[in-house]
Write a protein that binds this ligand. Structure first.
Ligand SMILES: [Zn+2]
Length: 255
């Protein structure tokens, strides 16, 4: 029987057969794959404790006829603060679901693996003192998702108009979810169903697409703008994955 090791993040767990779990994992060596963990629904299972989400695990996987299966696991890094309260768990769940929706099976990509690790670390290290802390954490997670979109080849254009290619000015512009781009007022006639986007939201989205966003300070972000940012990113994620991100509702209930 062929077995191999790989560092991985567990994105999703589903019940499978009577006692098993089907895990969707993002592994360093193989990208996103599905593996079966046998017997993990039995109370005395030794494996179960090491197959929780929000940890970096080292998995031993054996090749199977229909599904590969987990034969051993060790926790390499436990992101403890990430599980320290309901808000963080909701955010990490939302992040995991989005990663699952945006990535395809069996596509190894070191940059995506590193980005997941970076996102977990950023949330884990976030110093929870300020009142607007949750707002800030939501923005950090959304910024990682924008970067993940780019890695998967869906870079939304927030700088130039899709039709005329001119630089977007500071005015009321439009967004096209089919083109994943901003459309200037002069070109809005080219497309039906465009939605408006405010200049401030656009400015923050540009900042959020940058790698160093988690170290940037954004002060006094208006609730309306914050709401518009969440809506835009969620609609982009849905347009790309053609699926609803179910856990987005949990975030909306918490803000
Ligand atoms: Zn234009």
């Amino acid at each position: 029987m062929f077995t191999h090791h790989s560092s991985a993040f567990i994105l999703k767990r589903q019940d499978f057969k009577e006692y098993d779990k089907l895990l969707t994992i993002y592994s360093e060596k193989e990208g996103k794959i599905e593996v079966v963990a046998r017997g993990t629904r039995k109370i005395q299972s030794k494996l179960a404790g090491h197959l929780e989400p929000f940890a970096l695990v080292d998995l031993m996987v054996a090749q199977g006829k229909y599904h590969d299966r987990v034969t051993g696991s060790t926790i390499l890094k436990n992101f403890e603060h990430l599980k320290s309260n309901f808000e963080r768990i909701a955010l990490a769940t939302y992040f995991n679901e989005s990663v699952d929706h945006l990535t395809r099976l069996h596509q190894t990509d070191q940059q995506t693996f590193d980005l997941i690790k970076e996102a977990y670390s950023a949330l884990d290290h976030y110093n929870q003192k300020r009142e607007d802390d949750f707002k800030r954490q939501v923005l950090i997670v959304l910024s990682f998702l924008l970067r993940l979109l780019s890695l998967q080849g869906f870079q939304p254009s927030f700088k130039n108009c899709f039709y005329c290619q001119r630089g977007i000015k500071e005015e009321q512009n439009f967004i096209s979810y089919s083109q994943l781009s901003i459309i200037c007022p002069a070109c809005r006639k080219n497309e039906d169903n465009l939605e408006t986007i405010s200049p401030t939201t656009l400015k923050v989205l540009r900042l959020m697409s940058q790698e160093r966003f988690s170290s940037l300070k954004i002060n006094n972000l208006d609730d309306l703008i914050f709401g518009e940012i969440r809506e835009v990113v969620n609609k982009i994620l849905q347009a790309v994955s053609e699926r609803e991100i179910k856990s987005a509702k949990m975030i909306e209930d918490l803000v």
